[in-house]
Ligand binder design. Structure first.
Ligand code: K7E
Ligand code: CUA
Length: 666
């Protein structure tokens, strides 16, 4: 066992310095196992064993990697504009980024959760949180696209989200910041925090067939900060657990003022009970505003609807829904083991890891073994809820995952390591350095009832000297470990996109077999579809022009258009007629102040362009689609406002009315 030089440090000024600085493990080089190369090597033409879905952090997107190779397979646009896919630029996808505050083209994406059935990953959907403008996205794993985005009212910083229950009954969303509720006057002095600021957690129901999300109800809670959460499972199914910090209710200099109390809380929520009260009509209806955006796979278009109602249950009126459990100190991760019995709270500033027992929590509630209350909510006695403490695990515990064999693995941000410990006797079994300062870690299925990983991936916050320098900015690193034996073995590290926080993984078979290869053209219900080249046309209605254009290797139809004018609103409806896997066509016009379109086989997408200067505008296909890809191009003639050039469009009319300079010279 490598000796951790920091485990003897106690809390104090030194620790605070370390928190700021982190620290670098010794022997940072040459750390991988000697046979590591062969264990991560996926030969050309062979597939990876697992899909790894990784949050993009401040990129706002989700990335997909193959494991064990660590190869980047795809970036899926979710909350941020993506010029590569035209996401948020095409008329069809613009509504996906709509909110009650208009278009919000970016977010900070931290956590992902795969849908589950009976507590096991079912490979259907992936949920993603938007942290900054509170939103939850559902990605469809058939198409690897964002299918739905729901804005969350009464929330500010959707951090403890989007964790799910074991049959995907609910996706949860807890607010990081407490704020005045949406229907209250938010224009109040900040130092009235204790009076005016409230927290909420939202329960979003998921339709078991379609996956469609609906804001089912919200719990009104004291004004603290909710950080992470996980649902109970098995015996604890019906409960949800949240970590909270800032029980001091500070509103300034939180690094000091929210670190005063020796313990903050894990909040246990009996959501089945809350659900009953809602069914009995006990919730308060509240008028709010939030967007609900849905992408329809048959029209290839999104709609955005502004919803206006939420149902709120004030927990202080329902004393048997919520209980608080003291947890040292400023807890971050809140993780439930595969059996559903153990709840691990990771206090960033604690020198130990408390592990709570679900059955003991139930006994404590039944016998009212409370230690007073906090804002009207019963506080369970720490010892009454405690299974035990992992002593001297390392410094700065953040997140824990499980291998299904009775072991837990916790990231230590400050001492830069992963620590493996036993759930039963809470003994530290192994520790391995990471490079550097890991945030989340992920074991495939590691937060489900059935972890199946022999791998563990650490997502590190600090890269420093691990890669060739690329200026002041370095990509965050992921590190792959083999955890099939007693000792963790470092296999590889690879860069990631944005800042990865949480991640999920699923066996390749579960997802690959359902993957969409083309959209069937005969099922294309986009109102602007062009079914076949002969139906392509250009239609003028006042100053709106609709161009119904098709794409097939290797031309557009039409590819010559005249009679369009400066100031026209031109809508190019591009239908890709291909019915062949992996043959998208792109579409770009010179000087258009928007992104390209990338249109998948059988799909229709629309680009809007309002030309501002008359002249000749070439357009072309941006995706190398055939040997004659470079010939896949055309011209649009833009005439001045008020010109009377007749509207015309054509394909293949190559007669030239002018004299050719070339011919004369020959
Ligand atoms: Cu620890 Cu936002 Cu999950 Cu990142 S959070 S590390
Ligand atoms: Cu179509 Cu290149």
């Amino acid at each position: 066992m490598k000796k951790n030089p920091f485990s003897i440090l106690t809390l104090g000024a030194g620790l605070f310095l370390l928190i700021i600085a982190g620290c670098k493990p010794k022997n940072a080089g040459n750390a991988a196992e000697s046979d590591a190369a062969s264990r991560v090597y996926v030969p050309p033409g062979k597939y990876d064993k697992l899909y790894n879905f990784v949050s993009g952090g401040f990129s706002g997107q989700v990335t997909v990697y193959g494991i064990p190779s660590g190869r980047l397979l795809r970036v899926i646009p979710v909350f941020s504009l993506d010029p590569q896919d035209g996401w948020g630029y095409s008329e069809e996808t613009k509504p996906m980024l709509n909110t009650s505050h208009g278009m919000v083209p970016w977010d900070d994406q931290h956590h992902l959760e795969l849908s589950q059935t009976n507590g096991e990953i079912d490979g259907r959907w992936l949920f993603a949180n938007g942290n900054n403008t509170p939103r939850i996205a559902r990605l469809d794993l058939k198409t690897f696209r964002t299918a739905e985005i729901l804005e969350i009212p009464n929330s500010a910083g959707n951090h403890s989200s989007p964790f799910i229950t074991e049959n995907t009954e609910y996706v949860v969303a807890g607010t990081r910041f407490s704020v005045p509720m949406d229907d209250k006057n938010g224009d109040v002095p900040i130092d009235t925090y204790k009076k005016n600021f409230k927290g909420t957690v939202s329960f979003i129901s998921v339709d078991p067939q379609s996956g469609n999300m609906k804001l089912a109800f919200q719990l009104l809670l004291p004004g603290v900060d909710f950080d992470l959460s996980h649902a109970g499972k098995g015996p604890s199914h019906g409960w949800f657990f949240f970590s909270c910090y800032n029980s001091e209710q500070a509103h300034t200099l939180l690094e000091v003022n929210a670190s005063q109390r020796d313990k903050d809380f894990i909040m246990a929520v009996n959501w089945k009970k809350a659900e009953e009260y809602i069914k009995q009509g006990k919730g308060q209806k509240q008028t709010v505003k939030y967007a609900h955006n849905v992408y329809n796979e048959s029209t290839h278009s999104a709609t955005s609807t502004i919803e206006t109602q939420t149902t709120v249950l004030d927990v202080k009126d329902f004393p048997d829904i919520v209980y608080l459990i003291p947890c040292p100190k400023s807890p971050h991760g809140c993780d439930v083991d595969p059996t559903g019995e153990y709840i691990v709270g990771s206090g960033k500033l604690a020198a130990l890891i408390p592990v709570f027992s679900f059955s003991k929590i139930q006994t404590a509630i039944a016998s009212k073994n409370f230690d007073g209350e906090y804002a009207g909510i019963p506080v369970i006695k720490y010892e009454a809820a405690l299974h035990g403490e992992v002593k001297k695990p390392g410094l700065g515990p953040l997140h824990t995952e499980f291998d299904g064999k009775g072991n837990a693995y916790t990231t230590m941000f400050i001492s830069s390591e992963i620590v493996k410990w036993s759930l039963k006797d809470l003994k530290v079994l192994d520790r391995h350095a990471t490079y550097y300062s890991p945030g989340h870690l992920m074991i495939p299925g590691g937060d489900s009832r059935k972890p199946y990983g022999k791998y563990l991936i650490a997502y590190n916050k600090i890269t420093k000297d691990r890669y060739l320098p690329t200026g002041p900015e370095l990509a965050q690193s992921a590190q792959l470990f083999d955890i099939s034996g007693d000792k963790m073995k470092l296999l590889s590290d690879y860069p990631s996109i944005g800042e990865p926080h949480y991640a999920q993984a699923a066996p390749a078979d579960l997802i690959a077999k359902n993957s969409t290869k083309i959209f069937k053209i005969e099922e294309n219900k986009n109102p602007y579809v062009t079914m076949g080249e002969k139906n392509s046309k250009v239609v003028r209605t006042g100053n709106r022009v609709d161009v119904y254009m098709t794409m097939i290797r290797s031309h557009f139809s039409p590819d010559n258009i005249e009679g369009l004018k400066v100031g026209d609103d031109i809508y190019f409806h591009l239908t890709n007629l291909e019915q062949d896997w992996d043959v998208p066509h792109g579409f770009a016009i010179r000087n258009a102040n928007t992104a390209e379109l990338l249109v998948m086989p059988g799909e229709t997408q629309t680009l809007k362009w309002t030309p501002d200067v008359s002249g000749m505008y070439p357009f072309y296909c941006t995706d190398f689609c055939s040997a004659l890809h470079q010939e896949m191009q055309g011209y649009i003639r833009i005439s001045p406002k008020g010109s009377n050039v007749p509207l015309s469009f054509s394909l293949g009319k190559n007669a030239d009315t002018s004299d050719s300079v070339l011919t004369k010279q020959q």
